[in-house]
Design a protein around this ligand. Structure first.
Ligand SMILES: O=P(O)(O)OC[C@H]1O[C@](O)(CO)[C@@H](O)[C@@H]1O
Length: 392
């Protein structure tokens, strides 16, 4: 049992707070965006309008008895939250509920022509096809010829900062400015991570992906490099079983990203070919566990997922949402021990995250003071700072 006193769970009930803004402004913006992006029919549009009213002014209404995942959601707290405002249940829970309801509205789960059609796919593909992605891939050619560890570090950096590129975040973070007075990395345990990934012996890397497109591409490049240089023998890439948090990566997004790489020129193409080969021969394995879309912290993970992580040399969790789920979506004092709050995790664990929500642990007292002096509380949510935290 952890000896750290529990901190308050984040709830979005206070106007003016970041979580409240996500429910009151970002979710409606996402609904408008997908209604514009795809030619949904009248029934789907009515369902999206009903969701807009329900998520801003209504209450949690349990899934119908015949919903394929009703039992799962019941186990995840749905019946306990029934009848309550979206603003009064844990924020982590109401955000996940939003994506479950959105997919229902567009017919994602129902047998029929729209089954399995990702409402966020147009935005994901636009990002993958953007000139900025070409520039990032071309930069790989400049890395060729550099020492292996220098390349590895550059790819880790790309994977870390790729987390800024999530499409939901960009809906409300335009114009976020970098500051120079405090370091961009608020915690950096990357040497501990490299010690775990030194290839002696070469074990298994679990990487819990976050966003598709310009985050997933550098994640895949990092995996390809670690496999190609014997730093790991095998990689397990956890993706989402269905579209989630706008741009979260699914299996289809992995295939699109690998296709993008194999269709590129120069070094990018070689990375793509390596990834294809690794998928084909089983050195790179995909998982799409239902718990990856659960509205709960990882401390509640089921036994099969626990066993997967326990077998890894290290599990790397990407992104802000995974961080919230790893440490618990709570208002922790920022100097709370990261090792303490992740003590339950069944093996070495690393978080690679840009800061896009209030949750933070593991800061040195001086770091927190410098951040607050420079920016007030803006550093927590602006996406301009990042961290690499490791518990061995
Ligand atoms: O893509 P990421 O890094 O997981 O970030 C998703 C983020 O979106 C938000 O939930 C807001 O919708 C963040 O606070 C959050 O954690």
């Amino acid at each position: 049992m952890s000896e750290i006193p529990a901190a308050p769970v984040i709830v979005a009930d206070e106007p003016g707070t970041f979580p409240h803004g996500v429910l009151a402004e970002r979710h409606p913006a996402i609904l408008r965006q997908i209604a514009e992006a795809l030619p949904y029919g009248p029934g789907q549009r009515r369902a999206l309008d009903a969701l807009l009213a329900n998520c801003t002014e209504g209450t949690i209404t349990p899934l119908p008895a015949d919903a394929h995942d009703r039992d799962r959601w019941a186990a995840w707290g749905m019946d306990a939250h029934a009848g309550r405002s979206w603003y009064d249940v844990p924020w982590l829970w109401s955000e996940s509920w939003f994506y479950r309801q959105l997919l229902h509205a567009v017919g994602y789960f129902a047998p029929g022509p729209w089954q399995g059609i990702d409402p966020f796919r147009p935005a994901k593909l636009a990002e993958l096809d953007a000139p900025a992605t070409d520039e990032e891939l071309a930069a790989l050619d400049d890395l060729e010829g550099r020492p292996e560890d220098e390349r590895a570090r550059a790819l880790l950096h790309g994977s870390l900062w790729g987390n800024r590129a999530d499409l939901g975040f960009r809906l409300s973070a335009e114009g976020a400015e970098e500051t120079t007075a405090v370091p961009a990395l608020v915690a950096d345990d990357s040497e501990l991570l490299w010690a775990l990934l030194d290839g002696s012996p070469a074990g298994t890397l679990c990487l819990v992906a976050d966003n598709a497109g310009r985050e997933l591409v550098p994640d895949l490049l990092l995996i390809a490099h670690l496999l190609a240089h014997g730093r790991v023998a095998r990689a397990v890439l956890h993706v989402k079983p269905h579209p989630y948090y706008v741009s979260d990566a699914t299996t289809a997004d992995v295939l699109d990203a690998v296709h993008r790489l194999t269709g590129a020129k120069g070094a990018a193409r070689v990375y793509g070919q390596g990834l294809r080969a690794a998928l084909t021969d089983g050195r790179l394995v995909l998982r799409a566990h239902p718990f990856s879309c659960a509205p709960l912290p990882y401390s509640d993970m089921p036994d099969d997922l626990r066993a997967d992580f326990a077998a890894a040399t290290v599990t790397v969790l990407k992104g802000d949402l995974n961080y919230r789920r790893l440490v618990g979506d709570r208002y922790w004092p920022p100097t709370t021990s990261f090792a303490g709050v992740t003590a339950y995790f069944p093996g070495p664990v690393a978080a690679l995250r840009t800061l896009k929500s209030d949750v933070i642990t593991g800061l040195e007292p001086g770091t927190e003071a410098a951040l607050v002096a420079e920016e007030g509380q803006r550093w927590r949510t602006g996406g301009t700072h990042a961290l690499v935290q490791v518990r061995t």
